[in-house]
Design a protein around this ligand. Structure first.
Ligand SMILES: [Zn+2]
Ligand SMILES: [Zn+2]
Length: 233
């Protein structure tokens, strides 16, 4: 019996534990999910929920003033963010994985997953991030159950063939350019990396980190979940 339960843990057959939370660390039902979200008490991975705010979050390809934004500008904005958080999080230990989601559904938009080499490094980062703000918004950080990102990532997206778009339930990982990857990850570059096609323009690092105090909180855009796709996992 115990063996059977172990074999179905975190799969569709498991009626108790939520497979989405288990594999991807995020589930659209959140705390209202009918299945259990077993929040780890320690993990090498942290989830910083909804942290990256893309400049075209209201309408893809258009900024808040209604002006079109080029793909290069969007990529540059993202890489600026990526480098900034990489450098901040590196203070707590060696980063194995830093993934930022390109998904659009509420529970995944702008999610940042950082996996450290050691659990205590993640714990130190979590302690330091709690109560802090980034770009005027509070940082929401938790331990995440995700340690195998191959299981959590949408392979079709990497092959540019995911027909679920931004509402896919698997991670659509935003890619950084080859130059920035080399700069940040150096020779320990992981194999099978897919590179962004646009040319990288590194701009200066923004001073978005804040340790507390009163800030204007920018609400996230809440999207309807109508197009949300259930997917067997
Ligand atoms: Zn769930
Ligand atoms: Zn997908």
């Amino acid at each position: 019996m115990a063996e059977h339960l172990a074999s179905i843990f975190g799969t569709e057959k498991d009626r108790v534990n939520c497979p989405f939370y288990f594999k991807i660390g995020a589930c659209r039902h959140g705390d209202r999910c009918s299945r259990l979200h077993n929040r780890p008490t320690i993990s090498p991975t942290l989830l910083l929920s909804n942290m990256y705010q893309r400049p075209d979050m209201i309408t893809p390809g258009v900024d808040a003033q209604g002006q079109p934004i080029s793909a290069e500008t969007l990529q540059s904005h993202f890489e600026d963010f990526f480098e900034d958080i990489f450098e901040e999080l590196s203070k707590f230990g060696e980063i194995e994985t830093l993934n930022v989601c390109d998904n659009l559904a509420d529970h995944m938009i702008g999610n940042v997953y950082v996996q450290f080499r050691e659990e205590d490094q993640a714990a130190a980062a979590l302690g330091a991030l709690q109560g802090r703000f980034y770009s005027g918004r509070p940082i929401i950080a938790d331990f995440s159950p995700v340690t195998d990102f191959r299981e959590a990532t949408c392979r079709q997206f990497e092959e540019e063939s995911c027909n679920r778009g931004g509402y896919c339930n698997f991670m659509h990982v935003k890619m950084i350019g080859r130059e920035l990857r080399r700069k940040l990850f150096g020779k320990s570059e992981p194999p099978n990396v897919v590179y962004a096609r646009s040319t990288l323009v590194i701009v200066s690092i923004r001073k978005d980190w804040a340790s507390g105090g009163v800030h204007r909180i920018v609400p996230l855009r809440y999207l309807s979940s109508d197009q949300y796709n259930e997917k067997q996992i």
